[in-house]
Design a protein around this ligand. Structure first.
Ligand code: NAD
Ligand code: LMR
Length: 329
């Protein structure tokens, strides 16, 4: 194999998403079947042993594309020369914890990781934040990395996008391959807005095909927006395989592009499009080309959509204000 390996750093590597993610990266699903990778696993010190166990299993798969695994508890080492960073490890909310406490605890993780990315990563670094609250954690990391272009910091809403695709396919009976141009707007939280007004089912407008505003408002939107909580209630743990799958989809699309005529959803830094304040990391309809995401422009936003986008964006602005007050950005 002659290609230079791509350095992929995964934080929280010993967690449940990490376990579902690493084998797929090593088998070539993140970047392509002909792209060799080196893995850097970042964990907190008590979890290093578990990460070593996963690394032993990765070895035992004999993946031809996997050209090395480093395990560390030092973000500077983990991000040294990193081309892709999947920021999965985060501080979960525990009983009695206020929102401010959660944001502060995550600031203690994503601030130093942002700085380590700034100081050590490769020039072409691409960051996907998965750990919650993903959009605001991405904002914190980005603020600590002033030398890295803001466009390299993204937050994951691809899982919400995939959830919305599945729900719409079920409702319409159309195969998933016939559904295009869905959008998740706003925050990766229960305020997110899955938008079918520009989506197409077999070439026809999805909202017209569905023609059921009650289903849209009372079934589709809450099902997608609260799916994470429903999975936690059912499994006793948050989504892991589907989250890892979405992370793979997000980075694969970012690197390899969106299909002609379609778009996807990703949390990216706002340039002010669609009234989303500049600098917020919000989910938008995006295309990807030549390793860059771009916001799809020119969509008409009806009143139904406007109020829902505004509510989710307001939540993002509130989170930004809270971390600003805490001195994290
Ligand atoms: P988990 O608790 O199983 O694993 C998290 C891992 O992160 C642990 O191994 C922990 O030791 C590690 N970790 C904690 N602090 C760290 C630090 N400073 N540096 C490196 N590693 C650190 O959790 P999980 O199920 O893998 O989920 C991870 C995160 O992803 C959670 O925040 C979860 O809410 C979020 N999530 C996001 C989405 C999304 O769509 N954006 C979907 C599912 C889950
Ligand atoms: C999900 O959407 O499945 C997760 O973000 C839920 C969570 O709180 O971890």
């Amino acid at each position: 194999m002659t290609r230079t390996p791509v350095n992929v750093t995964v934080t929280g590597a010993a967690g449940q998403i990490g376990y579902a993610l690493l084998f797929r990266i090593a088998s070539g699903q993140l970047l392509g079947a002909d792209v060799p990778v080196k893995l850097r696993l970042l964990e907190i010190t008590p979890a290093l042993k578990a990460a070593e166990g996963t690394a032993m299993e990765l070895d035992d798969c004999a993946f031809p594309l996997l050209q090395g695994i480093d395990i560390t508890d030092d973000p500077n080492v983990a991000f040294s020369g990193a081309n892709v960073g999947l920021l999965v490890g985060a501080r979960p909310r525990t009983a009695g914890m206020e929102r401010g406490d959660l944001l502060a605890a995550n600031g203690g993780i994503f601030g130093p990781q942002g700085k380590a990315i700034n100081d050590n990563a490769a020039d072409d670094i691409k960051i996907l934040v998965v750990g919650n609250p993903a959009n605001t954690n991405a904002l914190i990391a980005r603020a600590s990395a002033p030398d890295v272009p803001a466009s390299r910091f993204t937050a994951m809403t691809r899982l919400d996008h995939n959830r919305a695709l599945s729900q719409l396919a079920k409702k319409t009976g159309a195969p998933l391959t016939e559904i295009r141009r869905l959008t998740i707007w706003g925050n990766h939280s229960a305020t997110q807005y899955p938008d079918i007004f520009h989506a197409e089912v077999a070439g026809k407008n999805a909202a017209e095909v569905v023609n059921d505003e009650k289903w849209l408002a009372e079934d589709f939107i809450p099902t997608v927006a609260k799916r994470g909580a429903a999975i936690i209630a059912a499994r006793g743990a948050s989504s892991a395989a589907s989250a890892a799958n979405a992370a793979i989809d997000h980075v694969f699309t970012w690197v390899n592009g969106t299909p002609d005529g379609d778009w996807t959803s990703a949390g990216i830094v706002s340039d002010g499009s669609y009234g989303v304040p500049e600098g917020l990391i919000s989910s938008f309809p995006v295309t990807a080309k030549d390793g860059k995401f771009e916001i799809v422009q020119g969509l008409d936003i009806n009143d139904f959509s406007r109020s829902r986008i505004d509510a989710s964006v307001q939540e993002l602005a509130d989170e930004r204000d809270a971390v600003r007050e805490l001195g994290l950005i």
